[in-house]
Design a protein around this ligand. Sequence first.
Ligand SMILES: [Ca+2]
Length: 294
Amino acid sequence: MAMRVFRPGVGRRCGPLMIRAIVLAIVALSPAYAATVEGAAPVRIVCLGDSITQSDYAHYSYRYGLWKKLIDSGASFDLVGSMTHNWNNSTTPPSPQDPVWPTYGGLSFDQDHDGHWGYRVDQILDGRNDREPYPGYGKLSDWLAGYTADAALVHLGTNDAFQGVATSTTIAKLGQVIDALRNDNPSIIILLAKVIPHTGDITSINNLNGQIPVLVASKNTSQSPIYVVDQFTGFNASTDTFDGVHPNATGEGKMAQKWFDALRDDVFVPEPATLALIGLGAGVAVLHRRRSRG
Ligand SMILES: [Ca+2]
């Protein structure tokens, strides 16, 4: 099984008949991912964020559950990023200390990511000077020099909200993150999160999340589409975190599912199923015209 990358904009031009045909094809060929594309290049996915993306040495991170779901789907993918370790709860240059991720399907967890513990959005853009040479020091343009992503899962703004940064500032900086990602890949597909809640006063989180769809609407393009991924709804900070902020196993599972659903819907499509549906749609269209003439 393999999925391929969605071509931005193509789906948006489908007419009602083609959409109906695609739905029929997917139903006919379910499971939807029982499709194979030989030789398709892996879709490079970066998980970009703060500690909620990185997670610490005692927790797998949502990335592990997402990785397993992508494997199960048959997707051809590669997690990318400048980071390969979780946070070790130390402010001094550490020796790596990670959870022991179980192998899955005979594969070892792909640890590449760009989750940076404690980072605000402006620090993602500009770096921070209080952490060198701690892993994670640096900034997005530096990190992107080492890889290119086809899709970015962005969960940022929590630290900004904690530290009282104005929502308008955070949103403006998130817009610059989008610009930086596009500077590295003009056709990147961006999944931008409404961030998860924490157990404190979440007024600022709510304010931020309320502006995420506005930002997405203002920055969305056919070449580089952006989609809102609502990580907030359904996430219970009391029961889905281990410290009121960072996801525990159930929280990681919820986040992984939301990201996976978005990747499935907005980044990957089952190629043969799509082709079959288009073919079916064309046949139906021809049939319809003949009947009309006849
Ligand atoms: Ca990788």
